[in-house]
Design a protein around this ligand. Structure first.
Ligand SMILES: *[C@@H]1O[C@H](CO)[C@@H](O)[C@H](O)[C@H]1NC(C)=O
Ligand SMILES: *[C@@H]1O[C@H](CO)[C@@H](O)[C@H](O)[C@H]1NC(C)=O
Ligand SMILES: *[C@@H]1O[C@H](CO)[C@@H](O)[C@H](O)[C@H]1NC(C)=O
Ligand SMILES: *[C@@H]1O[C@H](CO)[C@@H](O)[C@H](O)[C@H]1NC(C)=O
Ligand SMILES: *[C@@H]1O[C@H](CO)[C@@H](O)[C@H](O)[C@H]1NC(C)=O
Ligand SMILES: *[C@@H]1O[C@H](CO)[C@@H](O)[C@H](O)[C@H]1NC(C)=O
Ligand SMILES: *[C@@H]1O[C@H](CO)[C@@H](O)[C@H](O)[C@H]1NC(C)=O
Ligand SMILES: *[C@@H]1O[C@H](CO)[C@@H](O)[C@H](O)[C@H]1NC(C)=O
Ligand SMILES: *[C@@H]1O[C@H](CO)[C@@H](O)[C@H](O)[C@H]1NC(C)=O
Ligand SMILES: *[C@@H]1O[C@H](CO)[C@@H](O)[C@H](O)[C@H]1NC(C)=O
Ligand SMILES: *[C@@H]1O[C@H](CO)[C@@H](O)[C@H](O)[C@H]1NC(C)=O
Length: 846
C-alpha cells in the first residue's frame, strides 16, 4: 500500500514535471510563410504547418503591402491574416496541461473581404469562446467601455487541455467569413490558479476555481496605481497590464504610491502570478484630512451578464513594517469579500507580493462589476486605510460557453455594418418586445449608423490590396467636440435672452492686450482669468478656457448654463461671451477686491474687521441660499471655498465659479457626474463616502469657510503638526472645548463681541455635522449669521468695542443697515433679495 502510494506520488510529480518543463509556447503568425521575431519572440508562419500544429484547410491568406501603423509592438504580425470562408481549424499538438491562448485580430479589408462583414464562432476543444463575433464591433465596444482607443483586438483565454491536442476551430456564419492575425498558445503552470477561491459574501466559504473545471476569459488586467506594463515586461506569460485609472469611480479617492527597492514574492510558488512590477506600485486611500477615512475607493468594470467571475486582487504592503497599520474591507458587487484585511499579516511582511482570489456571480440583468475598498468599522487599527496593487478579472465559462449574449453583437452589427437585411432582423427583434437594454443599444446603434452614414466616403474602387482600417475616424473621436459643442448652440437654446453680449475675439484681444500674462488674475483647470478693459471703460474679468482641456470644456458649458439662468446680487454675473475661432471665453463683472481668501491670509492686504467678515459670510450665504432654493431651484455649487467667494469694490461678497455646479434633481440621472469633485479640506466627508451629492455638501464646505474666516489660515496646512493640518478637525477640537479663541485670528482681538463669536462658531460647528441630515440648511445658516451680526452691532452700539474709526472708514461696504430676518419659508430671501440688498447697499453708499 505504502509503496503504491509512494509510486503514485512519484509518478504524479514526474508527470507534472514533464508537463511543466517540456511544453513550450507555440506562436503563429497567420497567413505568413516565414518565421519572424516580434516583441522578442519567434512566431512561426502558418503557411507551412509542421509537427506542432496542422491546419484543416488553408483558407485564404491576406497580406499587406504597407506597414501597419498604430500597433508598434505587434505591427509586423498584423501585416498578414488568414481568412476562412468555411469551418476550419488549427490542430495543435500539445501536452496535457493548462494553457493561455491569445488571439490577435487586426481589422483589414482585402480583395473583397471587408472585416466589417465578418461574423464567426471560435471554439477551443469543446469550449465555445466567441459567438457571431465581429471584430470591429468588439473593438468599438471595448473602446467605449474602457474609454480606450485600441485598433486591434487581443482576446485571451485560459483553459485546461486533457488530451494531446488542442483544436481551435473557426466557424464563419453562413455567407460570412472568419479571420485571424496571430495565435499564441502558451503553457501555464497549474498553480497559476488554485483549486479554490473565496466566494464573495459567504464569510470565507471556498468554491472551486481551478481551470480543470472551467475555462476563463481575461476581461481586465490592471496594474493599480502604476503605468501600463507591456507584454514584453511580463516575461513568463507576456501579459499586458493596463493602468487602472480609467476604471476608477473617483480618481480623487486614492493616490498612487510606489517603491521599487525590495519587493519579493511572499511564496516561491507565486513567481508567475504577476511580475514584480505590478507590486511596486499601488493605490492607497487619499488622506482627505476630514475626520476619518470613511469612504470607499471604487473601481467599476463593464462585464457580460450571466457569468461567474474570478476576481484576483494583488497586494503588497510598501509602507508599513508592522501589522495593524492598514486594515480595510474589500467589497465586490457591494458584498463584503474580505473584512479586517491586513496585507502585512496576510503576506507575512512588508514588500511581500501576495494575491487573493474571489468568485462572484453576475446575474442576468447586470453588466457592471464593482470593486471597492473601504474602512473596516470594527477595526482597532491605528490607521484605517486600504491598498491595492493589481487586479485581474476573469470570466468563468458556464456550460462550456464563454461567448457573451449574442443579441449585443447583433445589435452592434446592425449599427456598425450597415447591413440592410440584418437591420430588418434587428427591428423585428425589438418589435417583439426586447428589454430596456436593447432599446438603449438600439438608440446607440442608430447613432452609430447615423454617424457612419454621414461620414460615408464616396464609393471607393475595390483594390485587391490589404489595408489596415482606421477605426478612429468615425469612432470615439473627440477632436471635434470643441467645435461642435460650441456654446452658441447652448446659448441659442437655453440662454438666449439672458446673456447680454457676444464679444468678438478682436474685442477680447484688445481688452486683454492680446492675453497679456501680466493681466492674469487667476488660473484654474479650465484656463486663465484676465483683467480686461472694454472700450467703454468698463473693467471686466475675462475667463478663457484652455482648448486642450476636455474637462474644462464641460465645466465651461456648465458655467454658461448656470450663469445664464442665474441673476443675483450675491452671484458673480456674466456680461457676455465670445466663441469665435474655437475660443470659449466668458466675460464677467470685475470683482475689484479679489477673493475672500486674499483678505484673510497669505497677502499683505489689511485684515478685515469682524463685521466685514460677517458681511462677507452673509453675502456668500445669500448667494448659496439662492442657488439652493431660488427660482431655478436646487442647484448645488459643489466647490464652496474662500477662493470662490469674491469681493467687489464695496466688499460685497459674491459666489463665483459654477464650473462644478450641478442641478440637484438631474444629478441622479447621470453617471459621470457622480464622481467626487471639489476641493480638499472643504469636501463633505459624507459626499466622499456615499458619492451622493446634496445641498448639505455645500453647507459642510461653508462651515469650513466660516472657520477659515475666523482663524485666517489655510484649510489644509501640511506643514503643521498632524492634528493641526486640517482646519475643520482642529477648529472642531477647540470648539468642543469651548476655547476657540485660542486658535482664532489674533488680529480680531478687541474687534468682536464674544457673544457673536460664540454663536458664529456654533453655526460653523453645526455645518460640519458628520451627517448631512444633521446640518442646517443654507437658509438657517443665513438666518443665524444675520443674528450674529445683530448681536455684534448691538455690542458696538453699547460701545463695548474699541473699534478703530480709521479702519471702519476704509471700507465702503461696511454698512450698518439692519438686515431682514428670514423666517421659516426662506423664499422671502430668494424672491426679493435684490431689492432688499439694493436698499441696504444704497444706504451704505449714502
Ligand atoms: C515544435 O515544438 C518543439 C518543442 O517546442 C520545437 O523543438 C520544434 O522546433 C517545433 N517545431 C517546429 C517545426 O517549429
Ligand atoms: C511569402 O509571402 C510573400 C508575400 O507575403 C511572397 O512575396 C513570397 O514569395 C512568399 N514566399 C514563399 C516561399 O512562398
Ligand atoms: C471561399 O473562397 C474561395 C476563394 O475566394 C472561393 O473559391 C470559394 O468558393 C469560397 N467558398 C465559399 C463556401 O464561399
Ligand atoms: C489533431 O492532432 C492529433 C495529434 O496530432 C490527432 O490525433 C487528431 O486526429 C488531430 N485532429 C484533427 C481534428 O485533425
Ligand atoms: C490613443 O490614446 C493614446 C493614449 O490614451 C493617445 O496618446 C493617442 O494619441 C490616441 N490615439 C488616437 C488615434 O486617438
Ligand atoms: C522603499 O522601501 C525600502 C525598503 O523597504 C525603504 O528602505 C525605503 O525607504 C523605501 N523608499 C521610499 C521612498 O519609501
Ligand atoms: C529586503 O528584503 C529582505 C528579505 O525580504 C530583507 O532581509 C532586507 O532587510 C530588505 N532590505 C531592506 C533595505 O529593507
Ligand atoms: C508550492 O507548491 C507546491 C506544490 O504545488 C506545494 O507543495 C508547496 O507547499 C508550495 N510552497 C509554498 C511555499 O507555498
Ligand atoms: C463601501 O461600499 C460598500 C458596498 O458598496 C457599502 O456597503 C459601504 O457602505 C461603503 N462604505 C462607505 C464608508 O461608504
Ligand atoms: C453598489 O455600489 C455602487 C457604489 O456605491 C452603487 O453605485 C451601486 O448602485 C451599488 N449597486 C447595488 C446593486 O446596490
Ligand atoms: C467598417 O465600418 C467602420 C465603421 O462603420 C467604417 O469606418 C469603415 O470604413 C468600414 N470599413 C470598410 C472597409 O468598409
Amino acid at each position: 500500500m505504502r509503496f503504491c502510494g509512494l509510486l503514485l506520488v512519484l509518478l504524479a510529480s514526474l508527470c507534472a514535471a514533464s508537463a511543466q518543463t517540456a511544453a513550450k509556447p507555440i506562436l503563429i503568425d497567420c497567413g505568413c510563410n516565414s518565421t519572424i521575431t516580434v516583441n522578442g519572440r519567434q512566431w512561426i508562419g502558418d503557411s507551412f504547418p509542421g509537427e506542432n500544429f496542422t491546419l484543416s484547410s488553408s483558407g485564404i491568406t491576406a497580406s499587406a503591402t504597407a506597414a501597419v501603423s498604430g500597433e508598434p509592438v505587434y505591427g509586423a504580425l498584423y501585416r498578414t491574416a488568414r481568412i476562412f470562408n468555411t469551418s476550419s481549424s488549427y490542430n495543435f499538438t500539445v501536452l496535457p496541461g493548462n494553457y493561455c491562448i491569445r488571439f490577435h485580430f487586426f481589422p483589414f479589408s482585402f480583395d473583397g473581404f471587408n472585416v466589417n462583414d465578418s461574423s464567426f464562432d471560435v471554439t477551443a476543444n469543446d469550449l465555445k469562446l466567441v459567438s457571431k463575433f465581429n471584430v470591429p464591433g468588439e473593438i468599438y465596444w471595448k473602446n467605449t467601455r474602457s474609454k480606450s482607443n485600441i485598433t486591434s483586438l487581443v482576446k485571451e483565454y485560459l483553459l485546461s487541455v486533457s488530451l494531446n491536442q488542442l483544436k481551435i476551430e473557426f466557424v464563419p456564419e453562413s455567407g460570412s467569413f472568419a479571420f485571424i492575425s496571430a495565435v499564441e498558445v502558451i503553457p501555464i503552470l497549474d498553480r497559476l490558479f488554485a483549486e479554490t477561491a473565496n466566494r464573495v459574501g459567504s464569510n470565507g466559504l471556498k468554491v472551486p476555481s481551478s481551470l480543470s473545471d472551467r475555462g476563463m476569459e481575461t476581461m481586465y488586467r490592471l496594474n493599480v496605481g502604476g503605468p501600463e506594463i507591456s507584454s514584453g515586461e511580463d516575461h513568463d506569460l507576456w501579459r499586458k497590464w493596463d493602468s487602472d485609472e480609467r476604471f476608477m469611480f473617483s480618481v480623487n479617492a486614492a493616490y498612487s504610491i510606489s517603491n521599487t527597492s525590495n519587493v519579493s514574492y511572499a511564496s516561491i510558488n507565486d513567481s508567475s502570478i504577476a511580475p514584480i512590477l505590478v507590486y511596486e506600485t499601488a493605490r492607497t486611500m487619499t488622506d482627505n484630512q476630514v475626520v476619518e477615512k470613511r469612504f470607499n475607493v471604487s473601481w467599476k468594470f463593464d462585464v457580460d451578464p450571466n457569468f461567474d467571475y474570478l476576481i484576483r486582487l494583488h497586494f503588497c504592503e510598501l509602507v508599513y513594517d508592522k501589522p495593524n497599520q492598514r486594515i480595510f474591507r474589500v467589497y465586490i458587487n457591494n458584498k463584503t469579500a474580505a473584512e479586517n484585511y491586513d496585507v502585512f499579516k496576510q503576506a507575512g511582511g512588508k514588500n511581500k507580493a501576495y494575491h487573493e482570489d474571489y468568485v462572484d456571480a453576475i446575474s442576468q440583468k447586470v453588466d457592471t462589476l464593482w470593486l471597492q475598498l473601504g474602512p473596516d468599522s470594527l477595526t482597532s487599527a491605528s490607521g484605517t486605510d486600504a491598498l491595492l496593487s493589481g487586479v485581474e478579472i476573469f470570466k468563468l465559462s458556464r456550460s462550456a460557453n464563454l461567448a457573451h449574449a449574442p443579441e449585443r453583437i447583433n445589435t452592434v452589427q446592425g449599427g456598425l455594418l450597415d447591413q440592410k437585411p440584418k437591420n430588418k432582423i434587428l427591428w423585428t427583434a425589438i418589435g417583439a418586445g426586447a428589454g430596456m437594454t436593447i432599446t438603449v443599444l438600439l438608440l446607440f446603434a442608430a447613432f452609430v449608423r447615423y454617424r457612419t452614414r454621414r461620414k460615408k466616403p464616396p464609393p471607393a474602387k475595390r483594390s485587391p490590396v490589404w489595408r489596415p482600417l482606421s477605426l478612429h475616424g468615425t469612432m470615439g473621436s473627440t477632436t471635434n467636440a470643441w467645435a461642435s459643442k460650441s456654446p452658441s448652440n447652448k446659448i441659442g437654446s437655453t440662454a438666449s435672452n439672458r446673456i447680454e453680449r457676444r464679444f468678438t475675439i478682436a474685442e477680447i484681444r484688445a481688452a486683454t492686450r492680446n492675453f497679456d500674462d501680466t493681466l492674469v488674475i487667476g488660473t484654474g483647470g479650465f484656463g486663465k482669468v484676465y483683467k480686461g478693459e472694454m472700450d467703454e471703460g468698463m473693467t471686466v474679468a475675462i475667463k478663457r478656457a484652455n482648448p486642450q482641456s476636455e474637462q474644462g470644456l464641460k465645466e465651461f458649458e456648465t458655467e454658461i448654463e448656470m450663469l445664464s439662468k442665474l441673476r443675483h446680487r450675491h452671484l458673480v454675473s456674466m456680461i457676455g461671451y465670445c466663441d469665435e475661432q474655437n475660443e470659449m471665453i466668458l466675460v464677467y463683472e470685475y470683482m475689484a477686491n479679489g477673493t475672500l481668501r486674499s483678505h484673510l491670509f497669505g497677502s499683505d492686504l489689511p485684515p478685515l474687521t469682524w463685521k466685514q467678515r460677517l458681511h462677507a459670510c452673509i453675502g456668500a450665504a445669500r448667494g448659496l441660499h439662492y442657488l439652493h432654493t431660488g427660482a431655478e431651484g436646487g442647484i448645488i455649487h459643489r466647490d464652496v471655498k474662500t477662493t470662490n467667494i469674491l469681493l467687489d469694490e464695496n466688499f460685497v461678497a459674491k459666489m463665483a465659479d459654477f464650473g462644478l455646479s450641478k442641478d440637484g434633481p438631474a444629478f441622479d440621472h447621470t453617471h459621470v457626474s457622480t464622481a467626487v469633485k471639489g476641493s480638499f479640506g472643504y469636501l463633505d466627508p459624507e459626499y466622499f463616502r456615499r458619492q451622493q451629492l446634496t445641498q448639505k455638501s455645500d453647507v459642510y464646505s461653508f462651515g469650513v469657510v466660516l472657520f477659515e474666516v475666523l482663524c485666517a489660515r489655510p484649510v489644509i496646512n501640511p506643514s503643521l503638526p498632524r492634528e493641526q493640518i486640517n482646519l475643520a478637525e482642529w477648529a472642531l477640537h477647540w470648539q468642543r472645548q469651548k476655547s476657540l479663541e485660542r486658535i482664532m485670528d489674533p488680529r480680531l482681538e478687541g474687534n468682536y463681541s464674544s457673544e457673536s463669536l460664540k454663536k458664529f462658531a456654533d453655526i460653523a460647528e453645526k455645518c460640519l455635522a458628520d451627517e448631512g441630515k444633521n446640518r442646517p440648511t443654507m437658509g438657517e445658516v443665513l438666518w443665524h449669521l444675520e443674528n450674529v451680526l445683530q448681536l455684534h452691532e448691538a455690542h458696538v452700539q453699547k460701545g463695548d468695542l474699541n473699534s478703530s474709526p480709521t479702519s471702519q472708514a476704509r471700507y465702503a461696504a461696511d454698512v450698518s443697515f439692519s438686515l431682514p430676518r428670514i423666517v421659516e419659508g426662506e423664499e422671502e430671501a430668494c424672491t426679493e433679495p435684490e431689492s432688499i440688498d439694493g436698499v441696504g447697499y444704497q444706504e451704505g453708499q449714502g
